[in-house]
Design a protein around this ligand. Structure first.
Ligand code: URP
Ligand code: ZN
Ligand code: ZN
Length: 476
């Protein structure tokens, strides 16, 4: 089925012009003024923005974690993403400690296959990487998994020691792949948690009080230093605060190939949320935790400049009922994570472009093009260009909505609360094409599970790509 999008304002990370877009199959075929090409479906985008579909490089669908499993599976989570204007997610497969990462990829691919509304890819969460397993990293890359997440937090569960991180980064640097780092000093955090519980502090806000910004900054500092010595690029995930941001800036200034993402929760929510009545603070028990409000301005400044390179959601939903409840008597047992995959584009458009913090091109860059490049999806994803996948969003910059779990236009996620309840946004997704198929149109879902496909990603393609190619690898 062919589609012609007429009269729209096409905005990419660098362009801003009025033109029509013709899609004959799954890719963009023609872009031009006043196209007169017969199409099965004509979309009038007059007065609307025509932007590349969002690329969310950090989601956790159907993920076992904290004694339960995230409440969105690959079907519900990707459908919600599509409603919100995201057309690719990069989710996380998890290696079971002591077993093969290739087996982990197979089992995560089996979970997603035939279920998703939009295209998807995987990072690999590495929980151990002894020397004999290092060759698996190349095999993963051949399978299109060209990034790995490693944790400095969660000792005994996910944590990798510094030697393992160094080995993995060396190999990633050689292979042209990328290590993503959960940068928090989990060993010290666990000590703080023990102390808090021993003093009888069980409420959700102690999640934040036991994870101070200094320990995120320390993790970031260490990850950046290890990457520097390993001569590899590194991507700091879910950066939440000024202290960690300064570490990224200092590393970038001395030439470290450092990328970092932040998320809407750190830009728009703050530590006061933990004071919501009763157990409601548990909604915001995510990691790193929400920070003091003044950090938000610093993060926005870094997004406008070039210290931060992507905005992901870290969509990791757990319902209040039966899931967050697990930690009613002990904050450390509240499953860590919060929802957001559906709301990212509107929230960032409104609070970024609408409130004058970032420009329109930068909005596209941070929500689509940047992550597509860093994670080897560009130019297939992340732009509107001849030959690129027709992952396109017609975005109504004038439409106002109030985000709420009770608003059927803003909440398709399988979770019993919204982290952004009552937030008003101006700017909303109207129509979504995923590889040329209209999957969402004016609030109606027109797709079906299985429309989305696994995307084999290429090598690291971020701004340090050329430096990496010329890097001398001798250590001594
Ligand atoms: O709270 C969070 N972010 N849960 C998901 C796991 C992670 O560290 O990204
Ligand atoms: Zn993490
Ligand atoms: Zn995460």
């Amino acid at each position: 089925m062919s589609v012609l999008i007429k009269n729209g304002r096409i905005v990419t990370a660098v362009d801003d012009y009025e033109a029509d877009v013709f899609i004959g199959g799954e890719q963009v075929d023609v872009i031009g003024r006043d196209l007169e090409i017969a199409a099965d479906r004509v979309i009038d985008a007059a007065g609307k923005l025509v932007i590349p579909g969002g690329v969310d490089p950090h989601t956790h669908l159907e993920m076992p974690f904290g004694g339960t499993t995230t409440s969105d599976n690959f079907e519900t989570g990707t459908r919600a993403a599509a409603f919100g204007g995201t057309t690719t997610v990069v989710d996380f497969a998890i290696q079971t400690k002591g077993t093969s990462t290739i087996a982990a990829l197979d089992s995560w691919r089996a979970k997603a296959e035939g279920r998703t509304a939009i295209d998807y890819a995987f990072h690999m969460i590495v929980t151990d990487m002894p020397d004999e397993r290092i060759p698996e990293m190349r095999r993963l890359a051949d399978e299109g998994v060209t990034s790995y997440k490693m944790f400095m937090a969660y000792p005994g569960v996910m944590l990798s020691d510094d030697g393992t991180i160094f080995r993995a980064m060396r190999k990633a640097g050689e292979d042209g792949t990328l290590v993503c780092m959960h940068a928090e000093n989990g060993v010290v955090i666990d000590e703080l948690v023990k102390l808090a519980l021993a003093e009888g502090h069980i409420e959700p806000k102690y999640h934040a009080l036991t994870r101070p910004t200094r320990l995120e900054a320390e993790g970031a500092h260490r990850a950046l230093a290890i990457a520097e010595v390993a001569r590899a690029p590194v991507y700091i995930v879910h950066l939440s605060c000024y202290d960690a941001l300064q570490e990224v800036r200092m590393a970038q200034a001395r030439g470290v190939m450092a990328h970092a993402e932040t998320c809407p929760q750190y830009l728009l929510l703050d530590v006061d949320a933990y004071d919501e009545p009763g157990f409601d603070g548990a909604k915001y028990v995510l990691t790193p935790p929400l920070r003091e409000k003044w950090n938000q301005d610093e993060l926005w400044r870094a997004l406008r400049g070039d210290a931060l390179h992507a905005i992901s959601t870290d969509h990791c939903p757990f319902c209040m009922r039966e899931q967050k409840e697990l930690g009613r008597e002990d904050f450390s047992k509240i499953p860590n994570g919060g929802p957001g995959v559906e709301n990212r584009m509107s929230l960032i458009y409104h609070h970024g472009v609408g409130l004058g913090r970032i420009g329109l091109n930068r909005f596209v860059e941070l929500t689509s093009t940047g992550p597509a490049k860093i994670f080897g999806l560009f130019p297939r994803k992340g732009t509107i260009a001849v030959g690129s996948d027709a992952d396109i969003v017609v975005f109504d910059s004038e439409r106002e909505e109030t985000i709420s779990r009770f608003n059927p236009h803003t909440h398709h996620m399988n979770i019993d609360y919204s982290a952004y309840e009552g937030f008003q946004v101006k700017g909303f997704t109207e129509t979504v094409l995923s590889r040329g198929k209209v999957v969402v149109d004016r609030g109606e879902y027109l797709g079906r599970p299985g429309d989305g496909r696994f995307v084999k990603r290429g090598p690291y393609g971020g701004m340090y790509r050329e430096s990496l190619a010329h890097m001398r690898r001798e250590l001594f």
